[in-house]
Design a protein around this ligand. Structure first.
Ligand code: PGA
Length: 247
């Protein structure tokens, strides 16, 4: 039985002091959640957020990392930095990183491997554009992203990681994929993992849906057989996240 996982992706929102205030608001609202609850926050907010959620059921994650251990990579953040600051998770390959910062599947793969090597749990994102959906190549595209993203990753490590299916056309747009669309792709991702690895690995990996998840649609989405929770953007910055974490 897979435990659900609901993660907030704060993106480039919340200064350190705002971040602490948001934690205070959300802590009691998510305290009763039966899911793993994760706040993925901007790098500069990690230390104060880790401090603010100490002793609660909330884990903290980064929104990105770099695949080198350390060195002359101005502006980047390493896996060791995230770990030492108290992170357990890290989002990798979000469509905004792929789009604005030109991250390829090959880069995503290097980052996933680095996160695993260091003991962080990757939340690896995939998702198709509206154009790709209209062309009928959604499942081909997602399978390609999964296959390249997981190149060289062991079954045992895949079993422990998280994959987030986020259709690009549903992110921040208020347009949520229908429950059927979300389930179809999450099911196809599990099938793909079964083909590359084995059924046990596919049964173990947790697959989230993301894209305009809100307090009203979370329960139905999370009740689908292959949807093990959500990656939540906009609604993670307000009290609605409490409803979603309990959905
Ligand atoms: P959204 O973002 O919930 O605001 O659509 C989701 C995401 O980008 O992870």
């Amino acid at each position: 039985m897979r435990k659900k996982i609901v993660a907030g992706n704060w993106k480039m929102n919340m200064t350190p002091s705002q971040a602490v205030a948001l934690c205070e608001t959300l802590k009691p609202l998510v305290a009763g959640s039966e899911a793993d609850v994760v706040f993925c926050v901007p790098a500069i907010d990690i230390v104060p957020v880790v401090e603010a959620v100490k002793g609660t059921n909330i884990e903290v994650g980064g929104e990105n990392l770099y695949f080198e251990d350390k060195g002359a990579y101005t502006g980047e953040i390493s896996a060791d930095m995230l770990l030492d600051a108290g992170c357990k998770y890290v989002i990798i390959g979000h469509s905004e990183r792929r789009d604005y910062f030109k991250e390829t599947d090959e880069i995503v793969n290097k980052k996933v491997k680095k996160a695993i090597e260091k003991g962080l749990t990757p939340i690896m994102c995939c998702g198709e554009s509206l154009e790709q959906r209209e062309q009928g190549i959604t499942l081909d595209w997602i399978r390609m992203q999964i296959k390249i993203g997981l190149q060289g990753v062991d079954a045992a490590d895949v079993a422990k990681m998280v994959i987030a299916y986020e259709p690009i056309w549903a992110i921040g747009t208020g347009v949520t994929a229908t429950t059927e669309q979300a389930q179809e792709v999450c099911g196809a991702i599990r099938q793909c993992i079964a083909e590359i690895y084995c059924q046990d690995t596919a049964d173990a990996v947790r697959i989230q849906y993301g894209g305009s998840v809100n307090a009203g649609n979370a329960a139905e989405l999370f009740s689908q057989p292959d949807i093990d929770g959500g990656l939540v953007g906009g609604a993670s910055l307000k009290a609605d996240f409490g409803v979603i974490a309990n959905a």
